[in-house]
Design a protein around this ligand. Sequence first.
Ligand code: RBZ
Ligand code: NIO
Length: 359
Amino acid sequence: MDADTIIEFAEIGAPDEHARSAAIELHGKLIKPAGSLGKLEELGVWIAACQGQSPPRPFTRPRVVVFAADHGISAKGVSAYPREVTGQLVGSLLTGGAAINVLAASAGASVRVVDIAVDTDAPATRSIGEFKVRRGSGSIDTEDALTDEEVRAAIRAGMKIADAEVDGGADLLVAGDLGIGNSTPASVLVAALTGSEPVAVVGRGSGIDDATWMRKAIAVRDGLRRARRVLADPILLVRTAGGADIAAIAGFLAQAAVRKTPVILDGLVAGAAALIAEELAPGARQWWVAGQRGGEPAHALLLDHLDLEPVLDLDIRLGEGTGAVAALPLLFMATRVLAEMSTHDQAGVAGPLTPPPTP
Ligand SMILES: Cc1cc2ncn([C@H]3O[C@H](COP(=O)(O)O)[C@@H](O)[C@H]3O)c2cc1C
Ligand SMILES: O=C(O)c1cccnc1
């Protein structure tokens, strides 16, 4: 095997305990009753621990990378949209008209689009095809999504992109997905890794009707039958029942943790990739926060499995990274509270009558 296709992650270290304690202590000194900023305090403490310093530095380069791929299963009528929409949407992301462009611009993040496996010659995808590992993918109800070589290339691509982003100064990462039909493989992976039945994971995806839901449930059932045979091997699992976008996102999320860079997780599809990433690089989840609770049933299952409590409850079920970026303003606030608020001493404001118990 080519050295470039061996998938190995450095051991995942935990976020810094000293910085965590220092941030908790600092929260107790700021001019507010201890704990009164609720979850914003917990988020700030987590960010300090990830950065290894208290107070944490306000983010300067939050970055969204959207991974686009086609899915063979879309030919089985599991989506509300035809497959060619994926390539068309890539064009929209590049010209700035997609949901993620608008949310990211509002929240102060920049967006990069990567064509990992879009089956098109459109100029838009050609120009971003540097990491392309194939065109499309196999129909996971009857065949593997990818070959062994392809799945490794996709994971490596995600790892390299995470490295390049961190080396380029990104201090907070989001992975987004784009691929008509991709909620089907994502649902299969969640069912496989959480031990759930098909009916518990099949959601409405891009807005499917009842007849489409039935076809999707059958596709998930058949995909799950194949996936369960390879459950013990995460690379084989994503090869069998995932896709190139999911594989690349898994590599990206695991490598972000290796690089000690915090991540906001998006919805079902990025979340399914997060399950794979946690299998590949145990402990990676310590570097992730869940942006919001989405509307897909499998999303709730995967968050439980990763033991992540979402910051928000917005019912976003789009993908593209939107559910993650929606929580970004809160992470900015949580960081700046620690970095910029005055302490009682600095402000000359008297503290509580009796000092609060140390947490
Ligand atoms: C206009 C449009 C924009 C999107 N942005 C993300 N998705 C999301 O929905 C699709 C997955 O749902 P399903 O499995 O039902 O096809 C993917 O493209 C995903 O990225 C979109 C879907 C559409 C139609
Ligand atoms: O939650 C998601 O990530 C999602 C849900 C439906 C369709 N595409 C993505």
